[in-house]
Ligand binder design. Structure first.
Ligand code: NAD
Length: 485
């Protein structure tokens, strides 16, 4: 397969990094397959990109809502036309299965269309004034938005940041994950082909250094970040108090299973949430808290289903779970499996590297299920971000709630039950931004606000989906208007 030489987009030109350095990205299912080489950006590239925004940002801020909507809608259409090709590239670059990658490319276009519509709905409010005048609020773009994104949804997450940022009339400095540079390149190519002024967007490939330089620069008015809690905290410190930061970070998401649950159904819900996307979803299920009466039969079912999952190259028909996305992911998962065993949890299935059957050059692991996980174990506390699931046992609903809440994170949680009263109580009391009843913890609707509580989010402008996401990208003024006579 051919590899791609990616470039940065700086001041409207496709260009190499100032240092001339590049990094390479390889297919996680086959290390011999070079996806491409991309510029390793640094502060010098951020410095070069920012002055061009003076022109590009002004042009885009002055563009009518019609034009903004048209560009976003056209980009969505271009991605749709290329859906099959793009999905295959996504599998090759990140390691999803083809079905997962196709769903992601489809959602990306839908996101862009959704925010195209929002361009027409930017509105303020008016208030009564005592003197016969008018008080109104006026919303305008914040200026240059920095978008720093992770690799696990390399198209959808950028689309729900860049989409609303552009719909609101901002220019965007996009710093994608170095694990998925090709998808970032494709998204920017589609926006330019759709008619976005080339100085209204910059693409800077590279790692933490480029992200930190972008976050630290005061010319970047707002930084929207999705990634790990550790990196998010660093970004927050760089942005400081007088600029905007939106941080969506890690999770340690529990599913509570009550004694009245249909256990076959519960097991399917859990396995999808834990092992879909190879467990590399921020909302992925990593803990099961089962009431004592159903713990053992539920564990048996989950272990059986996990053991049956077909793990392999996401392009192969019948594969349920692709590889991990990167070496550091494989090391982290295997390390957590080892630590879990050392801490005394029982490994019931999986947790080892898979190399047979054409998987010799890939980053494949067997989905792991642990039993006997205690709240103080690292398995119960730390985000693993891989296909590792831990079972905990609770005596009653109150203890289940307590165990579910025993985490610094607050992204997603779920409950499986027929008892509507308990489901509603769980939704009310579970300290997470997303609650699922009888559904996998993964999967969100594009038109519904999405964001975490606790260490999963900065709690500022947290919605990163739906119409309220627009508010992060707009600043508001209050105007008092009085007649002179
Ligand atoms: P990461 O934190 O390593 O990297 C995310 C992005 O930040 C990348 O572009 C990276 O280059 C950049 N970065 C890293 N350190 C930085 C720094 N000090 N300053 C500026 N930029 C920096 O995360 P990842 O491995 O790409 O993604 C996995 C993580 O993302 C998991 O923790 C997962 O839970 C989280 N995630 C959260 C959500 C959500 O909606 N809450 C969604 C997807 C992923």
């Amino acid at each position: 397969m051919t590899s791609t030489s990616g470039l940065n987009l700086v001041a409207g030109q496709w260009t190499a990094a100032h240092s001339g350095k590049v990094f390479s990205r390889r297919n996680p299912a086959d290390d011999d397959d070079l996806v491409g080489e991309f510029p390793e950006s640094s502060m010098a590239d951020v410095e070069a990109a920012l002055p061009a925004f003076a022109e590009g940002a002004a042009e885009w801020a002055a563009a009518s809502a019609d034009r903004r909507a048209e560009v976003l809608g056209r980009a969505a259409g271009l991605l749709e036309e290329r859906r099959a090709e793009l999905a295959a590239e996504l599998v090759r670059e990140e390691g999803k299965t083809l079905a997962e990658a196709t769903a992601e490319t489809t959602r990306t276009s839908l996101n862009l269309r959704f925010y195209a519509g929002e361009a027409h709905r930017v509105a303020g409010a008016s208030y009564p004034a005592d003197d016969g005048g008018l008080v109104y609020t006026w919303r305008e773009p914040v200026g240059v938005v920095g978008a720093i994104t992770p690799w696990n949804f390399p198209l959808t997450i950028p689309s729900r940041k860049i989409g609303p940022a552009l719909a609101a009339g901002n220019a965007v400095l996009f710093k994608p994950s170095p694990v998925t540079p090709l998808m970032a390149q494709r998204l920017v190519e589609a926006l330019l082909a759709a008619g976005l002024p080339s100085r209204a967007v910059a693409l800077l490939h590279g790692g933490a250094a480029a992200g930190a330089a972008a976050a630290a620069d005061p010319r970047v008015a707002a930084v929207t970040f999705t990634g790990s809690t550790t990196a998010g905290r660093a970004v927050h410190a760089l942005v400081g108090p007088s600029r905007r930061a939106q941080l969506e970070m890690g999770g340690k998401n529990p599913v509570v299973v009550l004694q009245d649950a249909d256990l076959d159904r519960a097991a399917r819900i859990i396995v999808k949430g834990a092992f879909g996307l190879s467990g590399q979803a921020c909302t992925g299920t990593s803990r099961v808290i089962a009431l004592r009466q159903v713990h053992d039969p539920l564990l048996d079912r989950v272990v059986e289903l996990a053991g049956k999952l077909a793990v392999g190259d996401g392009m192969r028909p019948g594969v349920d779970m692709g590889p991990l996305a990167a070496d550091f992911q494989l090391r982290k998962v295997l390390d957590h499996v080892r630590v879990g065993q050392e801490e005394g949890a029982d490994l019931m299935t999986g947790g080892h590297r898979l190399t047979g059957g054409g998987r010799e050059r890939g980053l494949f692991v067997a989905p792991a299920v642990f039993a006997g996980v205690c709240p103080e174990m690292r398995l119960a506390r730390e985000e693993i971000f891989g296909p590792v699931l831990g079972f905990q046992c609770a005596a009653d609903f109150e203890e289940a709630l307590e165990l579910a809440a025993a985490t610094e994170y607050g992204l997603a949680s779920g409950i499986v039950t027929r008892d509507l009263g308990k489901a509603l109580a769980f939704a009310r009391r579970s300290p997470s931004g997303l609650v699922k009843v009888n559904q996998p913890t993964t999967g969100t609707a594009m038109n519904v606000p999405f964001g975490g509580l606790g260490e999963s989010s900065s709690q500022t402008f947290k919605e990163q989906a739906g119409p309220t996401a627009m508010l992060f990208y707009l600043r508001e003024k209050s105007v008092y208007l009085s007649p002179l006579d």
